[in-house]
Design a protein around this ligand. Structure first.
Ligand code: SF4
Length: 220
């Protein structure tokens, strides 16, 4: 593509730079690589023991923002896969089955896979055993209970001891309790404002998928 066409395409928001060096206009580069998109949130199930107001899982208004996912291969173009729920730690065996399947089947050479959790106390220990994750994102929500704060301390300890994990902490700005944050345990500490009920609470650069396949390890 000439320099002029390149500038015109960019000016109109079209085109993308493939890691192979080409500038491409379509969804697939001439080298065969699909257009990269930032993040896919993959909801494996909808169970959660919290019940936050404005949860994307429970609000009608987010239903048209959700995309059914039948094939793991459809996640190939994303840079980051974020496995979520509901609360994924409520069903750790099924989540691990999905991760094993995904690692086996999908082209994830250039992808990072994260677990998105607000913790489920009984299954906290499973965090250190998950295979095929590059990191975790842990959220402290509004009005954390004493148990939540204890869970935060434990996850922070796991994050600090797990140098192979890229651990990110999200803090709801309405969290009005003192947290003893160890900055060296976290790669990113991100305070965030919980969206109003009329707004989408989904990140703008993410696509939210609902996994429609099995969670029993039978995809492989
Ligand atoms: S912890 Fe997450 S999934 Fe559970 S209710 Fe809150 S926002 Fe929803």
């Amino acid at each position: 593509m000439s320099g002029t066409l390149h500038r015109i395409a960019k000016a109109f928001g079209g085109g993308w730079n493939c890691p192979c060096g080409r500038f491409s206009l379509g969804d697939t580069c001439a080298c065969g690589r699909p257009k990269s998109r930032p993040r896919a949130l993959v909801s494996l199930h909808h169970e959660c023991n919290r019940g936050c107001e404005g949860c994307a899982d429970t609000l009608e208004r987010t239903q048209d923002e959700r995309t059914s996912l039948f094939y793991m291969e459809d996640l190939a173009g994303f840079e980051e896969i974020i496995v979520t729920g509901g609360e994924p730690l409520l069903r750790p065996v099924e989540v691990q089955n999905w991760l094993d399947d995904y690692n086996m089947l999908a082209q994830r050479k250039h992808q990072r896979v994260y677990l998105f959790t607000s913790t489920s106390r009984p299954h906290l220990y499973d965090l250190v055993h998950f295979r095929w994750i590059d990191g975790l994102t842990f959220t402290v929500h509004k009005n954390p209970s004493g148990e939540d704060i204890e869970a935060f301390r434990q996850v922070q300890g796991i994050a600090g001891d797990s140098s192979h994990l890229n651990s990110r902490l999200k803090l709801d700005m309405r969290c009005n309790v003192y947290l003893d944050i160890c900055t060296s345990s976290w790669t990113i500490i991100e305070p965030f404002t919980w969206m109003g009920l009329e707004e989408s609470c989904l990140p703008h650069d993410a696509v939210l998928f609902d996994w429609q396949g099995p969670l029993d390890g039978s995809v492989r």
